[in-house]
Write a protein that binds this ligand. Structure first.
Ligand SMILES: *[C@@H]1O[C@H](CO)[C@@H](O)[C@H](O)[C@H]1NC(C)=O
Ligand SMILES: *[C@@H]1O[C@H](CO)[C@@H](O)[C@H](O)[C@H]1NC(C)=O
Ligand SMILES: *[C@@H]1O[C@H](CO)[C@@H](O)[C@H](O)[C@H]1NC(C)=O
Ligand SMILES: *[C@@H]1O[C@H](CO)[C@@H](O)[C@H](O)[C@H]1NC(C)=O
Length: 267
């Protein structure tokens, strides 16, 4: 069943503007007025040059592009605004043009806090032009999926994300147009240690050179199956450390700066 869903998703992605999480058009619920106002305010603060959010105007926000509601109650469950034309270092001119015309930017309004049932927020592959990840995201209490990968955020990852204790998929990594610079950084990863349901963590190209506790924290996450920490400037592994990545199925620690004497621990 899962593979059927994925196949459907792939087929669907090729025709949709946003990664819609197979949602809109099918529900016959009417959205909650408070939540609709919250979405409109969120939209007001986004830069949307090519007017991709033009459907965010009608009465029923459950029909808007990239918005998914709970079928029964009409609460907004998902916001799926991934740019399906991501930036890549080796892309053609035409692909780059497509990226430029589809990217969203601007700021992320705290009106999202009014979406009390929001479980899924995907803003990946857009371009927020170096603003920090807003710490209030840590108060969107029901989030299980947060993807801010490749979206042009910079600065310190807010520790408040550690309050999202039901989080399963967390994407913070990725290459942006400014690919020479590591834009996000983490001074320590202690905040991650409360995310006991976390299954998938992507920190590709996040500067973790100061996060000396990374291995200790990651090692103690009981549900982690997929970890991407490539190009994170990781250097230090305590030689006496008892590594037990028991649940991990996918581990990418490539392009780090491990000292050769301890690198063997990870192979
Ligand atoms: C809309 O949702 C909010 C919580 O997000 C709730 O307090 C309010 O009662 C709902 N309104 C309606 C009309 O259901
Ligand atoms: C959220 O996290 C911050 C920093 O980790 C903490 O100071 C704060 O008390 C937390 N808030 C809640 C509501 O748990
Ligand atoms: C986040 O989005 C990126 C790009 O859109 C995608 O490649 C990645 O798999 C997503 N991460 C998660 C945790 O779903
Ligand atoms: C892995 O090891 C750490 C400390 O060495 C321990 O706290 C944790 O419970 C272990 N996890 C599993 C899944 O065995």
């Amino acid at each position: 069943m899962r593979s059927a869903t994925i196949a459907f998703c792939v087929a669907y992605l090729t025709i949709a503007t946003f990664h819609n999480c197979f949602c809109n058009g099918k529900s016959n619920t009417i959205c909650n007025e408070t939540e609709k106002q919250a979405l409109l305010k969120f939209k007001q603060h986004l830069k949307d040059h090519s007017n991709q959010l033009s459907s965010w105007a009608g009465e029923d926000c459950c029909q808007w592009a990239g918005v998914v509601c709970n079928n029964l109650i009409g609460h907004v469950h998902k916001i799926c605004l991934r740019n399906l034309h991501p930036f890549r270092v080796d892309q053609t001119e035409a692909e780059y043009e497509a990226y430029l015309s589809h990217k969203l930017g601007g700021t992320i309004n705290p009106s999202l806090l009014d979406l009390k049932y929001l479980r899924h927020l995907d803003l990946s592959c857009n371009d927020f032009e170096g603003i920090p990840i807003p710490s209030f995201i840590g108060s969107i209490g029901r989030l299980r999926y947060l993807n801010l990968s490749q979206a042009g955020f910079s600065g310190t990852i807010p520790h408040q994300l550690g309050n999202l204790t039901t989080m399963r998929y967390l994407g913070l990594g990725g290459t942006t147009t400014n690919f020479n610079v590591l834009q996000l950084h983490g001074d320590n990863l202690q905040w991650l240690s409360g995310l006991l349901s976390l299954q998938h963590l992507d920190m590709l190209r996040v500067d973790l050179s100061k996060a000396l506790d990374w291995l200790q924290v990651i090692n103690a996450l009981p549900s982690l199956t997929e970890l991407h920490m490539s190009s994170c400037e990781l250097k230090y592994v305590s030689p006496s450390f008892n590594i037990n990545f028991t649940s991990l199925a996918i581990l990418d620690l490539s392009y780090n700066k491990f000292e050769s004497s301890v690198g063997g621990f990870l192979v």
